[in-house]
Structures are given as structure tokens and as C-alpha cells.
Design a protein around this ligand. Structure first.
Ligand code: GLA
Length: 387
């Protein structure tokens, strides 16, 4: 009898919290994360200054909401197993950081790892999942990025489901960001586990460099996203990693192409630069509302590559109003004339449609059959086609 009661109560508890928080991330999450620019050099001071800059730079008004502290905020566990934030770098504690971020109308994100240690050898959450989720909830965390280092023989699905359940049980809605670099093909199983999942290794601050661990520049990561578009949708997004716009490795035109393509993919838009010190060009790219509107389109479709002529690629995304967003991407070293055919948009050739350039903020007129534009080298032209 006792055995049955135990089994029934286990079943009930499973049914009551084996789910993720729905209604979060119905469009791709937007925010900022410390890793790309600052690595382990994170502190309370930095996070507060970035929070202020998010507001004063116009990033908040453009839709960026989450301020996420990546690896290295944690140094150990106390005798009860509670995670300890670095007391020197975060002297006021994480609740105070969260309160500050919330007081500016923004949301707070934090990082942990499914294994024994994070990628930077800080304590991971393995064995402490429920305790850590409760701690995050008590601090006011709104977003958890969960990495995959030092996981030995752990099973990815089981490990991520465990943390999902822990977050749900803790009772505070938190976006759950899976980061196993696409190793377990999370797009096949994580729709009911997380709100976004990394589909690639780490982005590097360059056009097409690559290291021996498959980390790479944005054009190479873009190639690895081909074919994954059908797995993204409201509440569950493919994540090709954070933005490098505003860091030093890309030219302005390359940054414009990077941002255009991340938006056509409906990628999470997580800035990775120093928001306190942005050039006008960087600000204009990151806060271009017409381009962001493509990323945030409520239909939640990821775009896909409809044509690949070597260095010249055409990417198309279906939009909620029946329109299409198009990126003409030139990877080559010379200016090129590029076209998109209406049939590649899923339109009949006779259809008359307005074309609006999303970088020039200009209506270009009504067209049938096709649209042609000149695309500078290492750059992209992005427009919206509205029948
Ligand atoms: C992994 C992740 C990165 C970052 C680092 C931190 O490499 O993919 O995004 O979080 O760990 O150590």
C-alpha cells in the first residue's frame, strides 16, 4: 500500500511540474550578455553600468530586456550547499543586482552549468538543481543560461529536463536557455524543455575564422543553421549564439550583414558588446527597429536560404502580415547585382508588391516578378516585400 502511495505521489508531482513556463519568449529573447566582451571580468559595478547604458543608449526602448551575467560570478558553495557569488566582485549580493536591474524596468539573467563545474571551472549545478533554482527565484532571476561543460556521461535530455523541472518547481517564471552547442540536437527534443537552445559552437569575433574546437565567425555559424528553420517557433528558438556587433573584429558592413542575418533567422538578439561605449554605427545597427521587427515578427517563423550562388545568398522570412523579409547577402569581395524572384518568395510573378529598404528606411516602389539591388562586398541589403 505504502509503495502505491509513493508511486502515486511521484506521478502527481511529475505531472504538476514537468513543464516549462509557457508564454515566455513568444518572440526571440532580446538582451545583453557579458561573455563575448568581458569573459570572466564581471562585477556588480559593470552590470550596473551596463544596465544604465542599456536604458540611456536606447537599447531598452528598441526592445532589449535581459541583462545576463555569464560565467564566473560564482566561487563556491556554503556548508548547506548554497551557491556563493564572488564576494569581492558582487559585494552587495545577487538580489541587490537583480533589484537594480528591475528598478530600471529590465530583467535579470544568470548562468550555470548542467555538470559538476562550469566551463571556467566554477561550481556547476549538478546535484544542486532544485536548490539552485530556488536560490535564483529568491534573488529575482528571470532568465537562466545552462551550459554543458564537465558533464562526463550525463544524458543531455535528462539533465536539461531536470533543471526545467527545478525552475518550474521554484515557481518564478524564468526563460530557460539551453547551451549544449547543438551536441545532442536539441531542436529535435527541447521544444517542451527550453525557450531557446544553442545550435552551434561559440561565436568568434570575426568574419570566418575558426578554432580547433569548432568555434567560428558568424558566416560559418550561419552555414551550420541551414536546414534548422522549421524547428524554431514562438516559445522555442534555435540560437546561433550571441551578437558580435560592436566588438572589434567586424567592419560596419560585416556587422550590418551579421545583424540582418540573425534577424532573418529569428535568432535571439543578445548583444555582446560594451554598451557603455558604442559608436553611432553600432548603435544604429543594434537599434534598427525595422530590422528588429523582422526578428520579432509575431508569426515566429525562422527564415531560410532560398538561393545559394557561391558567394551570393538569398534568405527569406515569412511575416505575419503576409509580407516577406529578404536579405541579399554578398560574401564576395566585389560589389554585385543580386535579385530575388517572386517565386522564391512563394508569390505569383504577377503580384504587385511594395519594397521597402530596412537599412535606408525608404520605400523603393512597387514591383512584380523580381527585385534587384546592388550589394557591396561583405555586406547585406535587407528589405520587406508587402503585397
Ligand atoms: C561556453 C558557452 C559560452 C560561454 C562560456 C563561459 O563556451 O558556450 O557561451 O557561456 O562557456 O565559460
Amino acid at each position: 500500500m505504502k509503495k502505491y502511495i509513493v508511486i502515486i505521489s511521484m506521478l502527481i508531482s511529475t505531472l504538476t511540474y514537468a513543464q516549462k513556463f509557457e508564454e515566455l519568449a513568444l518572440t526571440p529573447p532580446m538582451g545583453w550578455n557579458s561573455w563575448n566582451k568581458f569573459g570572466c571580468d564581471v562585477s556588480e559595478q559593470l552590470i550596473k553600468e551596463i544596465t544604465d547604458a542599456m536604458v540611456s543608449s536606447g537599447m531598452k526602448d528598441a526592445g532589449y530586456a535581459y541583462v545576463v551575467i555569464d560565467d564566473c560570478w560564482q566561487v563556491g558553495r556554503d556548508e548547506n550547499g548554497n551557491i556563493i557569488p564572488d564576494p569581492e566582485r558582487f559585494p552587495s549580493g545577487m538580489k541587490a543586482v537583480a533589484d537594480y536591474i528591475h528598478s530600471k524596468g529590465l530583467k535579470f539573467g544568470i548562468y550555470s552549468d548542467a555538470g559538476t563545474h562550469t566551463c571556467q571551472r566554477r561550481p556547476g549545478s549538478r546535484g544542486y538543481e532544485f536548490q539552485d533554482a530556488r536560490t535564483y527565484a529568491s534573488w529575482g532571476v528571470d532568465y537562466v543560461k545552462y551550459d554543458w561543460c564537465n558533464t562526463s556521461t550525463q544524458n543531455a535530455q535528462a539533465s536539461y529536463r531536470l533543471m526545467r523541472d527545478a525552475i518550474y518547481k521554484a515557481g518564478r517564471p524564468m526563460v530557460f536557455s539551453l547551451c549544449d552547442w547543438g551536441f545532442s540536437k536539441p531542436w529535435l527534443w527541447a521544444e517542451d524543455v527550453g525557450h531557446l537552445w544553442r545550435a552551434t559552437d561559440d561565436i568568434m569575433d570575426c568574419w570566418d575564422c575558426e578554432d580547433d574546437r569548432n568555434n567560428a565567425g558568424f558566416t560559418i555559424l550561419l552555414d551550420r543553421m541551414v536546414g534548422l528553420d522549421s524547428y524554431s517557433g514562438p516559445g522555442h528558438w534555435n540560437d546561433p549564439d550571441m551578437l558580435e556587433v560592436g566588438n572589434s573584429g567586424l567592419t560596419v558592413s560585416e556587422s550590418r550583414a551579421h545583424f540582418s542575418l540573425w534577424c532573418i533567422l529569428a535568432a535571439p538578439l543578445i548583444a555582446g558588446n560594451d554598451l557603455r561605449d558604442m559608436s553611432e554605427e553600432t548603435k544604429m545597427i543594434l537599434t534598427n527597429r525595422e530590422v528588429i521587427a523582422v526578428d520579432q515578427d509575431p508569426l515566429g517563423k525562422s527564415g531560410s536560404k532560398v538561393r545559394d550562388d557561391g558567394d551570393l545568398e538569398v534568405w527569406v522570412k515569412q511575416l505575419a502580415d503576409g509580407g516577406r523579409a529578404v536579405v541579399l547577402f554578398n560574401r564576395g569581395l566585389t560589389k554585385e547585382k543580386m535579385s530575388v524572384l517572386w517565386t522564391e518568395l512563394g508569390y505569383p510573378t504577377f503580384l504587385k508588391a511594395e519594397v521597402r529598404d530596412l537599412w535606408l528606411h525608404k520605400n523603393l516602389g512597387k514591383f512584380t516578378t523580381e527585385f534587384t539591388a546592388e550589394v557591396p562586398p561583405h555586406d547585406a541589403v535587407m528589405f520587406r516585400v508587402s503585397p
